[in-house]
Design a protein around this ligand. Structure first.
Ligand code: TMP
Ligand code: ASP
Length: 235
């Protein structure tokens, strides 16, 4: 298969049907724009399985996604979309860059979800931008941005509900959207412990990529635990 694109955590291959792409989840983990890097046996399996489970749940709940089907442990087939270069972040609890930037303590519950945008551009280090910047940079129109915000907040509510069934608190997450062949904006990329902050509801133990970013150890044990709990909750 022809490799179309290689990212930090996934490879995208051409499919016979041009409306589709073949996605392979790698075992690499990176942080701080690729500065920190490590291979984790099993990561591709966990993230492929978790993303597939979550995208199936979102589809059933009325959110259109690029996901078509999981084909094996590490791979899936998705609709071919053009990724919109925005990292769309929703926060329910203060953590990570929000705590750092504004001098806030991690763990403070937000009165309402915070919708945040970064311009997806590795050379610029994915800078934080506001809604007007996104329109001024011609990444999206105002209507498209309103659509993305509405979808992101709906996805947040659905994910909070799903994770709660797994006794996990959704602190924050990053999603990406793409345009399908008809120009429709649909959820793309992945939703996994790489892209969400997930804390155990009872102990606040971190069960996501912060274990890697912050050298907390037991990274794959945490991903495995998230998968196990989601599977139990969905069974
Ligand atoms: P942040 O607090 O570092 O800005 O991260 C917010 C959320 O976005 C968190 O759940 C982790 C996720 N994230 C990514 O998925 N990719 C990234 O490159 C970064 C910086 C954050
Ligand atoms: N995905 C980003 C990177 O590769 C960072 C992160 O998730 O913290 O470097």
């Amino acid at each position: 298969m022809k490799l179309l694109y290689e990212g930090k955590a996934k490879q995208l291959f051409e499919c016979e049907n041009n409306d589709e792409i073949y996605v392979h989840y790698k075992n690499s983990a990176t942080a701080f724009n690729g500065v920190k890097k490590e291979e984790f046996e099993g990561k591709g399996v966990f993230n492929n399985t978790i993303t597939s489970l979550i995208f199936e749940y979102l589809e059933k709940s009325g959110v259109e996604t690029h996901f078509i089907k999981k084909v094996n442990e590490t791979d899936q087939i998705c609709k071919h979309v053009t990724i919109i270069p925005l990292e769309v972040i929703v926060r329910n609890i203060v953590a990570g860059s929000m705590a750092k930037k504004y001098g806030l303590e991690e763990g403070k519950k937000l009165k309402k979800p915070v919708f945040e945008l970064s311009y997806k551009n590795d050379e610029l280090n994915d800078p934080l931008i506001n809604d007007d910047h996104a329109v001024a940079l011609e990444i999206v129109t105002e209507d498209e941005l309103a659509n993305i915000k509405e979808q992101a907040l709906k996805i947040n509510s659905l994910l909070q509900k799903l994770y709660l069934e797994a006794n996990l608190v959704l602190v924050d997450f990053k999603i990406e959207f793409g345009k399908d062949k008809n120009g429709k904006i649909i959820l793309a990329d992945e939703i996994s412990p790489d892209t969400c902050r997930l804390w155990d509801k009872d102990t606040n133990e971190k069960l996501d990529k912060d274990r890697f970013r912050r050298d907390l150890g037991s990274v794959m044990e945490a991903y495995e635990e998230v998968l196990r709990r989601l599977e139990d909750a969905r069974a």
